[in-house]
Ligand binder design. Structure first.
Ligand SMILES: Cc1ncc(COP(=O)(O)O)c(C=O)c1O
Length: 463
């Protein structure tokens, strides 16, 4: 069969919007869907496609590998790539969550302690916590940069980066946030010890013990733990696996309950992977602004999108200074560097004071190393690589779930991040599954700990 004569050229798609390999993978998928290539057919050779599309061999190979990971095509040794004869069944996604609409005190500590203990056990296959794959971090490169800076600055590298963090890093963050739709100045940004500290400081700046915080359901257990420690009540709001928090349910909640703050992970949430569309982010900001409720927006996964362009943040639509944007470099660069940040809008003086009184400052050298990594352009190169790898890993893991999990399983289809939320049939107890998986040498996280009070038969895993 001859190759269909669609040529790749830059004008077919804004290169900023989508990588060449994704465009090619998309095009091959359309050839298969429209019957140009049928199950069992041999696809054009890598060399042929690379010449025809005027892209590199690596680009074509990456597109083929992606489709292979998605279960659409298969490689046959010394023969090439073929359309699979049995295309994978696509598992349904979980439905929108249905938490209790009453605020509840949070109590997940025992379960979280157990999961974290297993997460540190090197003998287990780690599918349970949202730690990045160490091979996909930039720790080695950052270590080299940090050593060079330490040698060059000598004792000056040991000064406190008071009060809000190193200027060099705040400038880089402000520049990067332009792509997410934000006009932040370096002075708007406060550097923190990871995203966890950013969120804690923001919650402390706007809430008092006993206050109610509206959150997505399910939500990552770190957030629940923080609420528990601060004595705050969680009001769980139904959340769609692709589009995020339900605005109708949130509207009802803020009209009937004294909600003091709202906390969301707007892009590639942990654990669902949901990503709120732009219009929804705008509406969320407007709804909360009507009631003068601060929005704490966690954007820790924002840079790990699989295709297209970087999603915007809700902060981009903030006109009243009510959105407190939080993030860190823990998922994409190095979790152990503990460098995060917040742009807390009108609450900046309170957050800066809390930062000062709780830990004085964030360590100086890791900030300088990350600032230099960003300024050199290496960050973008690194991100391009890890986005491809995580896209592939997530596709492979979903394929394995599709093949091996029982009838009635549902699985999310995230467009970024590195987490999958797997919803098992009603009769499966995820806590029991967690125990059995441990005995078999694998750590997962039971869905229980993503809700307070604990919820349903779900397990999550990271790719
Ligand atoms: C959604 C989310 N927010 C925050 C954190 C904590 O981030 P950091 O390590 O930067 O404090 C995590 C870590 O797993 C997370 O998954």
């Amino acid at each position: 069969m001859s190759t269909p004569c669609l040529r790749y050229n830059e004008s077919m798609g804004d290169p900023q919007q989508s990588f060449a390999y994704e465009q090619i993978a998309g095009e091959i998928t359309r050839w298969i869907e429209s019957g140009i290539f049928r199950p069992g057919d041999r696809l054009p050779s890598v060399r042929q496609l690379s010449q025809q599309k005027q892209v590199s061999i690596t680009t074509v190979l990456t597109a083929y590998y992606l489709l292979e990971a998605r279960g659409v095509i298969e490689a046959r040794p010394r023969s090439g790539f073929y359309v699979r004869t049995a295309l994978p069944a696509v598992l349904p996604e979980p439905e929108i969550s249905a938490p209790s609409l009453d605020p509840a005190e949070v109590s997940v500590r025992d379960l979280v302690t157990m999961v974290l203990r297993d997460a540190l056990n090197p003998r287990l296959v780690q599918l349970g916590v949202a730690y990045p794959n160490l091979a996909l971090t930039a720790t080695r490169k950052l270590n080299r940069i940090m050593s060079a800076i330490a040698r060059e600055l000598g004792e000056q590298s040991g000064v406190y980066a008071l009060p809000a963090g190193c200027d060099a890093l705040r400038v880089q963050i402000a520049q990067r946030m332009v792509a997410a739709g934000c006009n932040l100045t370096p002075a708007d940004i406060i550097i923190t010890s990871g995203c966890a500290e950013a969120i804690t400081l923001c919650l402390r700046a706007v809430c008092r013990p006993g206050d109610i915080v509206a959150i997505e359901s399910p939500i990552c257990f770190d957030a629940l733990q923080t609420l528990e420690v601060l004595g705050l009540q969680a009001l769980e709001i139904p959340t769609h696996p692709r589009e995020g928090i339900s605005l109708d349910a949130l509207r009802f909640a803020v009209e009937h309950t004294p909600v003091r703050a709202c906390l969301v992970i707007s892009n590639f949430n942990n654990p669902l992977g949901s990503c709120m569309p732009d219009a929804k982010k705008r509406e969320l900001v407007a709804l909360l602004a009507q009631h003068d409720i601060p929005l704490i927006e966690n954007n820790i996964f924002g840079e790990i999108y699989f295709s297209g362009k970087r999603p915007t943040v809700a902060k981009a639509y903030d006109r009243k200074g009510l959105v407190m944007l939080c993030s860190s470099f823990s998922k994409d660069l190095s979790p152990g560097y503990r460098v995060g940040w917040t742009a807390p809008g009108r609450f900046a003086p309170a957050v800066e004071w809390l930062k000062y009184t709780s830990s004085l400052a964030t360590a100086t050298l890791p900030q300088l190393a990350i600032a230099q990594f960003l300024a050199s352009g290496s960050y973008d190169h690194h991100l391009r690589h890890i986005r491809r790898e995580y896209a592939r890993n997530v596709a492979e893991l979903s394929l394995a779930v599709t093949r091996y999990f029982p009838r009635g399983t549902r699985v999310t289809r995230p467009a970024g991040g590195f987490l999958l939320w797997v919803q098992l049939p009603e009769h499966v107890d995820s806590l029991e599954l967690y125990r059995r998986a441990l005995r078999a040498g694998t750590a997962i996280t039971p869905g229980y700990i993503f809700s307070s009070p604990p919820a349903s038969a779900t397990a999550t895993s990271s790719a």
